[in-house]
Design a protein around this ligand. Structure first.
Ligand SMILES: Cc1cc2nc3c(=O)[nH]c(=O)nc-3n(C[C@H](O)[C@H](O)[C@H](O)COP(=O)(O)OP(=O)(O)OC[C@H]3O[C@@H](n4cnc5c(N)ncnc54)[C@H](O)[C@@H]3O)c2cc1C
Ligand code: SF4
Ligand code: SF4
Length: 394
């Protein structure tokens, strides 16, 4: 068992622990910190805040969880500005496939401000139960409190699988939830299947720069958590007669937020969402000078596409990071991807090789980008790109 304790002879009654406790779980009684165990979630904030090392949390190691009491697949219903993220439909598609092997319900968790409409929308895609917690303190970017609330809902729901998007929101929220629930999380999965013998979730993702595919299992803890790479799995289609229901979770407490959101400043100059773009034209180091970014942007404009970039160009400061495609940038899956002066390093390919049609322009006929390209133009991009723009504009 895990537990928390105040070492009385060390406590001087300075109240620092009380100020940081997000759950109001600490009272001062005769200048001594007293912890209300009904409210305490063992978050550890007071331990860090106490200058006198007067609070200790003992965590049990090797605690065996009864995983047999967990059942069903739960989806995190990510949304922003009141709009359901498209990745959620992809995750529901995965959940529906997993349901065929498990024959268990699909749940969703919807937290935020005024989110009932989002819960209703989710039910149209075949979700059996959408658990909803609405509160103004759970608005956009409040990921610290959202994580507490999502973890509390999961403790009650007890799904065997919990899935979220491999997006900025999912990458911020799900690790926090996994830590609170002391379970495993596999980030950025490209394939999820059920092991027919053990019924464990097989979580597959690229590893070592995309050179191998690793399949990871969470055998001893529940829920088995994974984020799903955006634009890799097909979106679920709406079901003909939705049967699901909304489950209000108003009784789940919302702790005091530790983060204050002052406002949102959109990145300047970012007019296209790279991940959603159907056509992407990317610039590599072959453009040779920042002034030539305009030439690639002009081609992107001519074909109605978005501007992408290799990391070499981003690291040089020629193009903002939001345009970077690849392992440490965005994973894209457009209909057409045009790579201009990009060699085709494995880390770049990791972010774009599932594009429907890849066109490469490179003066080196042996550049690895041609191994994945459907169409290749060997030549100087400063001749090829202006000619392409001319022909397209015609
Ligand atoms: C952990 C890690 C993560 C990484 N993540 C990413 C990532 O997310 N995205 C990413 O892109 N990279 C990433 N990289 C870097 C990656 O390894 C490469 O260094 C990078 O992709 C190279 O960018 P590039 O192709 O633009 O440049 P280069 O490799 O220098 O290639 C330039 C190409 O332009 C061609 N060229 C030059 N002049 C012309 C011309 N006039 N006309 C036509 N062609 C021309 C050359 O033949 C060459 O093939 C990562 C690396 C590491 C180690
Ligand atoms: S911060 Fe430490 S010393 Fe101060 S009241 Fe809390 S437990 Fe006592
Ligand atoms: S562990 Fe967290 S919830 Fe418990 S008393 Fe300390 S700060 Fe409060």
């Amino acid at each position: 068992m895990s537990g928390i304790q105040v070492i009385e002879h060390k406590c001087v009654g300075c109240k620092k622990c009380q100020k940081v406790c997000p759950y109001d779980a600490i009272d001062m009684v005769e200048k001594l910190a007293v912890i209300n165990l009904d409210k305490c979630t063992l978050c550890g904030a007071c331990v860090d805040a106490c200058p006198f090392e007067a609070i200790v949390i003992e965590k049990a190691t090797g605690e065996k969880q009864d995983i047999s009491s967990y059942s069903g697949i739960c989806v995190y219903a990510e949304h922003r500005n009141g709009v359901l993220s498209s990745v959620v439909k992809e995750i529901i598609g995965v959940a529906r496939r997993l349901k065929e092997s498990l024959d268990k319900p699909i749940y969703a968790i919807v937290v935020g401000q005024d989110v009932k409409r989002i819960a209703e929308e989710i039910l149209e895609y075949g979700v059996d139960e959408a658990w909803v917690r609405e509160d103004p303190r759970l608005g956009d970017y409040a990921e610290d409190v959202q994580a507490d609330v999502v973890a509390a809902i999961l403790q009650e729901m007890r799904p065997e699988i919990f899935l979220g998007g491999g997006t900025i929101i999912g990458r911020s929220l799900l690790p926090r939830v996994a830590v609170r629930l002391k379970t495993g999380l596999t980030a950025d999965c490209t394939e999820l299947t059920i092991d027919e013998e053990t019924k464990n979730l097989r979580q597959t993702r690229p590893a070592f720069g995309g050179n191998i595919m690793a399949t990871i299992l969470t055998t001893a803890h529940r829920p088995q958590m994974a984020t799903v790479r955006h634009k890799v799995m097909p979106e679920a289609k709406k079901v003909e007669k939705p049967q699901g229901r909304i489950v209000p979770a108003d009784y789940i407490p919302v702790p005091k937020p530790r983060i204050e959101v002052l406002g949102f400043v959109p990145e300047e100059g970012q007019t296209v969402n790279l991940v959603e773009a159907d056509i992407i034209v990317s610039a590599g180091r072959g453009i040779q000078d920042p002034k030539n970014v305009g030439l690639i942007a002009k081609l992107a404009n001519a074909v109605g596409g978005a501007l992408g970039a290799s990391r070499a160009v981003v690291d040089a400061g020629w193009v903002p990071y939001s345009h970077q495609v690849g392992q440490t940038g965005k994973t894209v899956n457009p209909v057409v991807y045009i790579a201009c002066g990009i060699s085709g390093a494995i880390q770049h390919l990791a972010g774009m090789k599932s594009s429907d049609i890849i066109i490469a322009i490179n003066r080196d006929a042996n550049a690895p980008i041609f191994d994945v390209a459907h169409y290749g133009i060997v030549g100087n991009l400063f001749d090829v790109v202006p000619e392409l723009i001319k022909q397209i504009e015609k």
